[in-house]
Design a protein around this ligand. Structure first.
Ligand SMILES: [Zn+2]
Length: 215
């Protein structure tokens, strides 16, 4: 069942009764109701974010992190790719959203490249020049089992013709639980990618990230 956003949508059946005649078969009626609810949820999530409202985008990323199943073996992270020039959300992702041991940033990239019909490795060729990335936790620089770290994925977008990701907004430095000190931010900055710490969400981000970990 789709979750209902906090107090924004009054009643879906009201909308569907208004928009669609009540003579419609019940199954179609409820299908349309769900469809309308889905669209309204997306609108409530996306359209309320003003351009460069970094706190609102970080909160949105945090809401994505909450969609990841709590597990003791990973952090729950959320990420959003935004074209800062047009304030358009290009893609979203969260930990383990896609099959495999997938990270939030990786899911953003893979979903976007798939939507553009290019290989995941070539995502940089289809990203607008003003693309920025919001991620609740600093991008990883090491991965335990043969997966490309997110820092490398971000850097690879820069080697493409169009410029790739220019800024990474992060909510908290990666805790040292799994792979020791994370040099992701330093590595991105050395390569000329601006990293901005969006402050004020540290406790919430870590609470969400570590849900399911032994206390
Ligand atoms: Zn990662």
């Amino acid at each position: 069942m789709l979750s209902k956003p906090r107090g924004i949508i009054p009643s879906v059946s009201n909308y569907s009764s208004f928009l669609f005649p009540s003579k419609l078969p019940q199954a179609l009626h409820s299908h349309l109701s769900l469809w309308i609810l889905h669209i309204l949820v997306i609108m409530a999530d996306f359209q309320s974010i003003a351009p460069r409202d970094h706190e609102a985008y970080m909160r949105f990323a945090l809401s994505l992190a909450e969609k990841s199943d709590p597990k003791p073996t990973n952090f729950r992270v959320g990420a959003v790719l935004v074209d800062e020039a047009s304030n358009q959300i290009l893609s979203t992702g969260y930990t383990l959203e896609l099959p495999g041991n997938t990270h939030a940033e990786q899911c953003c990239f893979e979903k976007f490249s798939a939507s553009k019909g290019v290989a995941a490795d070539d995502v940089g060729t289809v990203l607008p020049e003003s693309t920025v990335l919001y991620t609740t936790i600093e991008p990883c620089n090491k991965r335990s089992i043969g997966n490309l770290p997110c820092t490398e994925r971000i850097l690879k977008t820069r080697s493409a013709a169009k410029g790739g990701i220019k800024t990474v907004y992060l909510g908290v430095k990666e805790p040292e639980t799994f792979v020791g000190e994370n040099k992701g931010r330093a590595k991105l900055e050395e390569a000329g990618i601006e990293c901005v710490h969006v402050t004020g969400f540290e406790k919430e981000i870590l609470d969400v990230a570590t849900a399911g970990h032994p206390s």
